[in-house]
Design a protein around this ligand. Structure first.
Ligand SMILES: C[S@@+](CC[C@H](N)C(=O)[O-])C[C@H]1O[C@@H](n2cnc3c(N)ncnc32)[C@H](O)[C@@H]1O
Length: 282
């Protein structure tokens, strides 16, 4: 920390001592130190959880990036920009043209893996930035989101498509899809905000809902140059290795992990398949 910041803090404490007294200032300093220590402790525990692939009740990483927090954010979000505002981020984060980058994502993920005429399940469609592409390509698109506001924005954006079904995710994941009822799973800019415990829950669900040979394409959090860089964009405490471990723990197989395609350096797109026979395009 730079010396000027220490000086500014010391001046602030001196002014507190004068205006609020010694006891208040001492207790306030203690509180600040305890909170700082707790934050450090959380990071150390999370590093162990990531190394040992720990999930479940009381894991520290899963106290963050919860479904409730995402829902509160998305229900209040202004969806009128259609998600294009996030494509624009690629300009400042990677120096790429947003439209050209979107085309690369569509070509190297959706069009590369997803077979025309198939059934696809999308998690977190938001205002339908990618759903439009999926609905043009596939015969059936099932979308599930924690936010009714996001689903409403998606419904509005995809009014002209008759092949999209909408589900609200509450504590349970949508049961209306039969087991082995989908060919592909797709999600962009959603799992980057989902904690390891909820990610594991989704992967178990995908393992049930995908047909043998089906493919999942998921954009999720990875490793960042600093803690601040992870927080900037509210990235969960996932890593590429952790995600791959959860895929394999659910009896599926990783086909590819790509850190160059996502709009934010550090993020990862993992492609995985259920079973041996890969459903190929065409
Ligand atoms: C940043 S927006 C991205 C929307 C869209 N995928 C896009 O790329 O434009 C995140 C979306 O994921 C949804 N979401 C967040 N956590 C979720 C969860 N656990 N299950 C389903 N949807 C979730 C939010 O409600 C929101 O619609």
């Amino acid at each position: 920390m730079d010396i000027e910041l220490y000086r500014a803090r010391w001046r602030k404490l001196q002014s507190y001592m004068r205006s609020r007294g010694l006891i208040w200032t001492a207790l306030f300093t203690l509180r600040f130190s305890v909170l700082w220590m707790l934050k450090r402790l959380d990071r150390w525990i999370i590093a162990v959880e990531q190394r040992r692939f720990l999930i479940g009740g009381n894991t520290v990483a899963s106290q963050y990036h919860t479904l409730g927090e995402s829902k509160r954010w998305a229900d209040r979000y202004n969806w009128s920009r259609g998600g294009n505002e996030w494509s624009n981020d690629v300009q400042s984060l990677r120096g790429l043209d947003p439209t050209a980058w979107e085309n690369v994502i569509v070509n190297q993920t959706i069009l590369k893996y997803i077979r025309p005429g198939s059934t696809v399940f999308e998690v977190g469609p938001g205002a339908g930035r990618w759903t439009k592409v999926l609905a043009s390509l596939c015969s059936r698109v099932v979308v599930a989101d924690v936010s009714e506001a996001a689903l409403e924005a998606c419904r509005n954006a995809l009014r002209s498509f008759q092949n999209v079904e909408y589900f609200l995710v509450a504590d349970a994941l949508p049961d209306a899809i039969p087991d082995e009822g989908v060919d592909f799973v797709w999600s962009y800019d959603v799992f980057v905000h989902i904690n390891p415990n909820d990610t594991a829950r989704y992967l178990a669900y995908f393992a049930r809902k995908l047909r043998a040979g089906g493919i999942g394409i998921i954009h999720h959090a990875g490793e960042y140059i600093s803690d601040d860089d992870r927080s900037n964009g509210w990235r969960s405490y996932m890593t590429g290795k952790f995600f791959a471990h959860l895929v394999e723990e659910n009896g599926m197989k990783v086909l590819d992990q790509n850190g160059d395609l996502p709009h934010k350096p550090g993020d990862v797109i993992t492609v995985f398949t259920k079973g041996r026979g890969i459903i190929r395009k065409g």
